[in-house]
Write a protein that binds this ligand. Sequence first.
Ligand SMILES: Cc1cc2nc3c(=O)[nH]c(=O)nc-3n(C[C@H](O)[C@H](O)[C@H](O)COP(=O)(O)OP(=O)(O)OC[C@H]3O[C@@H](n4cnc5c(N)ncnc54)[C@H](O)[C@@H]3O)c2cc1C
Length: 508
Amino acid sequence: MMQLHDDVSSTTPQDAYERERLGNVHPAGWRQPQPANRYSLVVIGAGTAGLVAAHAAAALGARVALVERHLLGGDCLNVGCVPSKALIRTSRVYAEMRRAEQHGARAPADVRVDFPAAMAHMRGIRARISRADSARRLVAAGVDLFFGQARFTGTDTLTVDGTQLRFTKALIATGARPDTPSIPGLVAAGYLTNENVFDLTELPRRLLVVGGGPLGCELAQAFCRFGAKTVIVQSWPLFLPQEERDAAQLLSDAFARDGIEVRLNTTAVGVRVEAGQKVVDLVSDDYQSTVTVDAILVGTGRLPNVEGLELGAADIDCDATTGIRVNDFLQTSNPRVYAAGDVCLEHKFTHTADASARIVVRNALFGGRQRLSALTIPWCTYTDPEIAHVGLYVRQAHERGLPVKTFTVPMHDVDRAIADGEEAGFVKIHVRERTDRILGATIVASHAGEMINEITLAMVAGIGLGTLASVIHAYPTQADAIKKAADAYNRTRLTPTIRWLLQRWLRW
Ligand SMILES: Cc1cc2nc3c(=O)[nH]c(=O)nc-3n(C[C@H](O)[C@H](O)[C@H](O)COP(=O)(O)OP(=O)(O)OC[C@H]3O[C@@H](n4cnc5c(N)ncnc54)[C@H](O)[C@@H]3O)c2cc1C
C-alpha cells in the first residue's frame, strides 16, 4: 500500500515563488512509491551529489531509489549557492549605483535599498532554478523518490519511515550543516546561519558576522552593501586563511572600501541580550571590546550529517568532524556503500559533490576504478573581487619538493579591467621551474570564477603555460591577463644564446 508522506513544514515568507519552489522540491501530499524488491542503487540525500547520482544511474538503466528527508536540491539550491549568489548580484548593483560617478554615470545621491524586493528577487531565482531539481523530473527519469529519514538496518538494507529498501549498492550523500561555535550566550540570544538568513524579511540595521571563510566573507559584503552596518570578526590574522596572503589582503582592502568594520585576530567570547539588542564581547590579541548589533550571522565551518543514519548497522566507519570515511574510490568500510559530496569530502563545493557523485556511479555500478585524487578541483569565493584558485599553492609545491616559478599579472595592466573600473586583483600562475607545466593558479578579479576555468582546462588537458600564449584571447577581456602571464613565461625562454642567434639571423 502506498504511504502518504507528511508535508514539509513551511518556510517564511510564503509567496508564489515559495509555493513554486516547495511544489518542485517537496510536493504536498507526496505518495511514497511501492518499493522494488531490490534496487541497484539507493541514494540517501537529494542535494547535488544525490540528484546527480540518481539521474545518472537511472539514465544508464539502473533501478534507483532516492531518499530525502527535507528538500530536493539540498543546500545549494535552498540555502547555499543559489540564494547567496542571487543576493550578491543585487547587492553589487547597489554598490555600483553608489560609485556610478567613477564610471562617468549619474545616480541619485541617496541610493535607497529595497531589501524585501531583493529577497523576493532571490526567491524568484531560486524558484526558477528549483525546476531542474524537481520531484517531477526525478519521477520522469524513472527514479523511485521517498521522502523521509533514511536509517540503515543491515549491510544491504535501510528503512525510510518504516518502509524497507534493499540495495545492491548504496550512496550516502547527506551533506553537511552549520557548526555552531561554543560562544556562551549565543544560542539563547539567537543567531543566523545559512539555514535561516535567506528567510529574513527585514535588513538587520547592525550585523555581526562571525567567521571569515567564504560564507562569512560573501554575506558580510552583501549585507554591508544592502546598508547593514557590518562588523566581521575572524580569529585568524587574515580572511580565507588557506588562500595566498596577497589575495586575502586584497579582500581586506575591498572590505574597508565597502565600509565593513574588519576585526582580524579577534574572537567572540560571549553574547548577552540587553534592551532587545545583542551585545557581543570580543577579545583581540591585547584588548577586549564589545559590539552591539541586531543580528549575528555565524559562518564558522560545517559538520557532516551522519547522525541518525545508524551507520553501525551497516558497518560503515565515520568521524563526527570529517564525516564518512572513504577510500580513493569513494567506497566506505562497507564495500556495498559509497559516499559523495559534503558528507565525506574536504572540499565542500557543489561542483565537487557533482564530480564525486559521477565517480560513484561509475565505480559502484560499472566496476570503474576512478579515483577522487585524480580530480583537479577549482574553487571560487564570490566576493568583489572574486578569489579563485586551482591546483597547488606555493607552500604545497614546496612541501612536495617541487621548485616553482610564478608569473603574476596585476589586473591594472589589463585593458578590459581598466575599462570596467575593476582593476583590483591579479592573475598568478605557478609552473614547475624550467618547464611550463602549470602547478596551480590564484586569480583575484571581478570574474575570477570564470577565468579560473581556463587554467583548470589547461591543467586537466596537460596544456602548458607556453601554449596558452598561442591561444588567441578575444580583446578586450579580463582573461587577457592569463595570456599576458603566458607571454611572460615565453619571454623567459629567450636565453642570451637564443637572443644572440636571432640577432645573427636578422643581420644576415
Ligand atoms: C551559504 C552557502 C553558499 C555556498 N555557495 C557555494 C558556491 O557558490 N559554490 C559551490 O560550489 N558551493 C557552494 N556552497 C557549498 C554547496 O552548497 C555544497 O557543497 C553542496 O550543496 C553539497 O552538496 P551535497 O549533495 O553533498 O549535500 P547537500 O546539498 O547538503 O544535500 C544533502 C541532502 O541530504 C539530506 N539528508 C541528510 N540526512 C539525511 C537522511 N538521513 N535521510 C535522508 N536525507 C538526508 C538533506 O536534507 C539534504 O537535502 C555553499 C554553501 C553554503 C552554505
